[in-house]
Design a protein around this ligand. Structure first.
Ligand SMILES: Nc1ncnc2c1ncn2[C@@H]1O[C@H](COP(=O)(O)OP(=O)(O)OP(=O)(O)O)[C@@H](O)[C@H]1O
Ligand SMILES: [Mg+2]
Length: 243
């Protein structure tokens, strides 16, 4: 036996997804997806375009017209919980399109979603974490760069009290210096004990923040492995993801 192999965990995952199936109308997109995410852990979903990464996040949040399977947060079954109640379980979603309201200021965008779970990060802490948002607190959403919009979308979810945050391609289309800044923020959130589920195609970025990689293909979860194994898995990833 490889002595470096991590011991299997015996504690309960914060988020457990078992045999999740998801549909868009008649179209069956997710086929028995399973994943587990432990408190304080960061995992990254990878897979080629159309593999079902975004759909997995949407299914966890209850945003599909139909889903079946098991989704548990701290052991509580979420599958029958309606979408507007999902956030109360301390889970938040930052979609790829970010959803910043153009006519509202940074601060208005920040204050928009209600605080629904215990222990949300205060506005003061958010401005400390994202100094550029503090500087721009009165600017309208339209004036923000892509990176600032991404940070605002993340900050807004942090304020709700979410302890599990789902982030869909947070670095997409951003300049390297901004990608670095987002990486630093995610590492700070990890230090605060946040639990993160990323979808990320930038492996160089993902390897700095993720503890494990989950590989998806055609709506199926193929395997997961610790980030320490990334180099030895690279040929397999190239084959599946096409990078
Ligand atoms: N709103 C929708 N209605 C119908 N089918 C959809 C819809 N959104 C996505 N799909 C289909 O579901 C499958 C999974 O798409 P999904 O967006 O989850 O992939 P992804 O892994 O996030 O890909 P990408 O890397 O391009 O973001 C694809 O076949 C896609 O065409
Ligand atoms: Mg996607």
């Amino acid at each position: 036996m490889n002595s470096a192999a991590p011991k299997p965990r015996t504690d309960r995952p914060l988020l457990e997804v078992r045999d999740l199936n998801g549909w868009y109308g008649e179209s069956h997109v997710l086929h028995g997806v399973s994943l587990d995410l432990y408190e304080g852990e960061t995992i990254t979903l990878v897979g080629r375009n159309g593999a079902g990464k975004t759909t997995t996040l949407r299914a966890i949040m209850g945003l599909l017209s139909r889903r079946e399977g098991t989704i548990k947060i701290s052991g509580r079954d979420m599958i029958k919980v309606p979408v507007h109640k999902t956030a109360h379980a301390g889970i938040g979603y930052v979609p790829e399109e970010r959803g910043i309201f153009a006519t509202l200021s940074v601060e208005e965008n920040l204050m928009l979603p209600p605080k629904v779970a215990e222990g949300g990060i205060s506005v003061e802490e958010i401005y400390h974490l994202f100094p550029n948002l503090a500087e721009r607190r009165n600017s309208p959403g339209t004036k923000l760069s892509g990176g600032e919009q991404q940070m605002l979308a993340l900050a807004r979810i942090l304020r709700t009290g979410a302890r599990i945050i789902l982030l869909d391609e947070p670095t997409e289309g951003l300049a390297p210096v901004i990608v670095q800044r987002i990486g630093d923020v995610l590492l700070e959130l990890k230090k605060k004990g946040m639990t993160l589920l990323l979808v990320e195609q930038n492996f160089r970025f993902a390897r700095k923040v993720a503890d494990r990689f989950f590989l998806m293909e055609d709506g199926h979860m193929l395997e997961n492995f610790p980030t320490a194994d990334l180099d030895s898995k690279m040929a397999r990833l190239r084959q599946v993801v096409g990078v």
